[in-house]
Write a protein that binds this ligand. Structure first.
Ligand code: FES
Length: 289
């Protein structure tokens, strides 16, 4: 399929290392401001089960689109101004959720994301100016600023789409396991070869698992982290109320017992395998396969 020229432009953006110093500074601010883990997890959307940002975006963009429609109709000044104001107010928590996710991405994604966020900030500024103009009764300039903001936020949305659908930011990177893992029970090696209290890597065909042995019991999760495919078997074992694995890339933490996300940035649980020991050999089975 022929690539449309716009994508060539965005691919150039992905490799624009000139943006990296700015990215480092913005990341520093984000990490400094959004510091408590509970706040990060809330903004990532761990409690929702997928990223909060795309849900939150509905409010400002929906309000601004609706304001645009009202602006084309007669005697709708109050309604349009209210919607513009609602959009500006909602843009703040939406941006916080977006920046929290963004700060835990790969370099190419960070570059597209910083331009996406800059465009969104410009659009929000235009809408804020529009609101002030409308409040002063200058409806003509208020509408002009709104429609300019709509064009800018649409460009930002296009980049956001690229980030999600081309660059796979925010998607569940462990979901393929459910489709690719063969049904039934499969051997992954002898129990005696598994060191107790250590994370180890095993495989079934090309699919990798992180395995943890406690006594005669073995726990196993898919090795590729649901956030961005980090190798969990190279991560850190966290032994608290229940044993967990912390991803070496961005510190998402998963229960080794259930596969549930204990802390983000991951929002999707890790595929968990049933295990059994047959004549000294450990076997795994993926219930959802
Ligand atoms: S790849 Fe990002 S937390 Fe695992």
């Amino acid at each position: 399929m022929r690539e449309i020229p716009l994508f060539k432009l965005i691919e150039r953006l992905e490799t624009a290392a000139a943006l990296d110093p700015v990215i480092r500074r913005v990341k520093g601010v984000v990490d400094g401001v959004i510091r408590p883990q509970w706040l990060r997890d809330t903004l990532h959307g761990v409690w929702v089960g997928h990223p909060l940002h795309p849900i939150a975006v509905q409010v400002p963009v929906g309000a601004w689109m609706s304001a645009g429609i009202l602006d084309l109709l007669p005697r709708t000044h109050v309604g349009a101004r209210t919607l513009v104001g609602v959009g500006v107010a909602a843009a703040i928590p939406t941006a916080l959720a977006g920046y929290t996710d963004w700060a835990r991405l790969h370099d190419r994604q960070l570059r597209v994301g910083i331009v996406h966020s800059a465009a969104t900030l410009v659009a929000t500024g235009l809408y804020a100016a529009s609101f002030l103009q409308r409040a002063k009764g200058r409806h003509g300039s208020g509408k002009a600023l709104s429609f300019t903001g709509l064009a800018v936020v649409s460009a930002a949305a296009f980049l956001g789409g690229h980030l999600s659908y081309r660059q796979a930011a925010g998607v569940n990177h462990a979901v393929d396991t459910l489709e690719r893992f063969p049904r039934g029970w499969h051997p992954i090696g002898s129990l005696a070869d598994l060191d107790e209290g250590r994370l180890m890597r095993r495989s079934v065909g090309e699919l990798l698992l992180v395995v943890y042995r406690r006594g005669e019991h073995v726990m196993a999760l898919s090795d590729a982290c649901s956030h961005l495919s980090g190798p969990l078997s190279e991560g850190r074992l966290v032994v608290g109320d229940e044993p967990c694995v912390e991803c070496p890339w961005h510190a998402s933490t998963f229960s080794l017992i259930s596969g549930d996300v204990v802390r983000g940035p991951a929002t999707a649980n890790q595929p968990r395998f049933d295990t059994r020991v047959v004549a000294g050999t450990v076997e795994v089975h993926l219930p959802e396969a």
